[in-house]
Design a protein around this ligand. Structure first.
Ligand code: FES
Length: 84
């Protein structure tokens, strides 16, 4: 879906910029080499950035949880002694 008509930027472009670290509308436009013309897209672009950041945080949280579980299992396995 087009978010910025002036620069032909889609939501995927904005999400990609967010994934590369853009946290604001201006960051995203700078990263994408775009210039703000009319600014009518600001609100929608900010929603896309916020949504992408929230999803990213959720994914990072799941990854951190999975890592902790794996580390716990590894520790427990390390404590197990083979029976003789
Ligand atoms: S629609 Fe994005 S600057 Fe005009």
């Amino acid at each position: 879906m087009y978010v910025c008509v002036c620069n032909a930027l889609t939501d995927k472009d904005i999400i990609e910029a967010s994934g590369r670290g853009a946290r604001t509308y201006d960051d995203a436009f700078r990263m994408l080499g775009a210039e703000v013309c009319c600014g009518q897209c600001r609100c929608m672009a900010e929603e896309v950035i916020e949504s992408a950041a929230t999803k990213s945080i959720r994914v990072e949280s799941h990854a951190a949880y999975a890592l902790k579980v794996c580390q716990g299992v590894t520790r427990r396995l390390g404590r197990l002694q083979p029976s003789s």
